[in-house]
Design a protein around this ligand. Structure first.
Ligand code: AMP
Ligand code: ZN
Length: 278
């Protein structure tokens, strides 16, 4: 789940109640590039008797997995499950990623301004609320000011990969991301592999094997982006590579059209993940 600490719409302390209402027995908070919401979420989960894993979702540079491409493509997100949110090295990485966003966001806004979309960085900061400012916040301001009709249109026309105002800022290597997660006592999981935009499942297996050589522990097989056939293929990959299979709804609240609990992950997957931590 994501909270207002990154680009989710619900505050971290509110998520456990929503999860209980949706019939879930366990959740993990994995905000983009920050563990700032973990403590509040953990406390609320404990008060409700809901099982909880502290997490983070680090944005990493996909290019080491794409030696055949001239420019990086797709999204490489590495989930860290069971991390200590106060681990010093991971805190340093979070600061580094925040700085990268602080460089990139004004650049994207300048490009939007050049394209006639007159939004200001301050307006985006106000929408973001938390420390991690991302493209969904920029998109929300664009919708509010009437430049686009939907978040989807904002990404498609302006800020999605390949669109006119898109600016890449992935600096963290996959090796460093995995090492930082391990250093914080967590397990590293390849998030939503389809977003790597690789040509086929064999290429996903190759990428997962490369990441496994760097210490990867698992692969997210269940995700709202995955067709049932994707999930089946990814579970087979997890089996062959001896990786944990994990899943989640990637819930972002009203920031995204995802229903909490709609992506069903068996309780056993959570238990295997938690047991692997001990
Ligand atoms: P950022 O971290 O600033 O690069 O933004 C990443 C966030 O934007 C993640 O929550 C993505 O799921 C979301 N995102 C990426 N592409 C799209 C899209 N086409 N439509 C809606 N959200 C998107
Ligand atoms: Zn992600």
């Amino acid at each position: 789940m994501h909270s207002t600490a990154s680009d989710g719409a619900d505050p971290p302390q509110r998520l456990p109640q929503l999860a209980v209402d949706a019939g879930l027995t366990a959740i993990a908070l994995t905000d983009h590039d920050t563990a700032a919401g973990v403590r509040a979420c953990a406390e609320a989960a404990a008060a409700l008797g809901l099982d909880f894993l502290a997490g983070i979702e680090l944005s990493a540079d996909p290019s080491p997995l794409q030696p055949h491409l001239d420019a990086p493509r797709g999204t490489l997100h590495l989930l860290g499950y069971g991390i200590d949110p106060d681990a010093p090295h991971l805190l340093e990485i979070q600061q580094q990623l925040l700085r990268a966003r602080a460089d990139r966001n004004p650049e994207m806004i300048a490009r939007l301004n050049d394209l006639g979309v007159n939004i200001a960085y301050d307006e985006v900061l106000a929408v973001a609320g938390g420390q991690v400012v991302g493209r969904p916040h920029i998109a929300q301001v664009m919708v509010r000011k009437g430049y686009v009709k939907s978040i989807h249109e904002a990404f498609a026309r302006y800020i999605g990969q390949g669109a006119a105002a898109y600016t890449r800022r992935d600096q963290l290597s996959p090796a460093d991301a995995i090492a930082a997660i391990h250093d914080a006592g967590g397990l590293a999981v390849l998030a939503h592999p389809t977003q790597l935009e690789l040509p086929d499942h064999d290429a996903v297996e190759h990428a997962a094997a490369q990441l496994k050589a760097l210490g990867l522990d698992g692969i997210e097989t269940r995700h709202p982006d995955h067709a049932p056939s994707d999930t089946a293929r990814f579970e087979a990959i997890a089996d062959r590579l001896s990786l944990l299979a994990t899943g989640g709804s990637d819930y972002h609240g009203s920031s995204k059209p995802i229903t909490l609990g709609a992506t069903k992950t068996p309780r056993a997957a959570f238990d295997r993940l938690r047991n692997a931590l001990t």
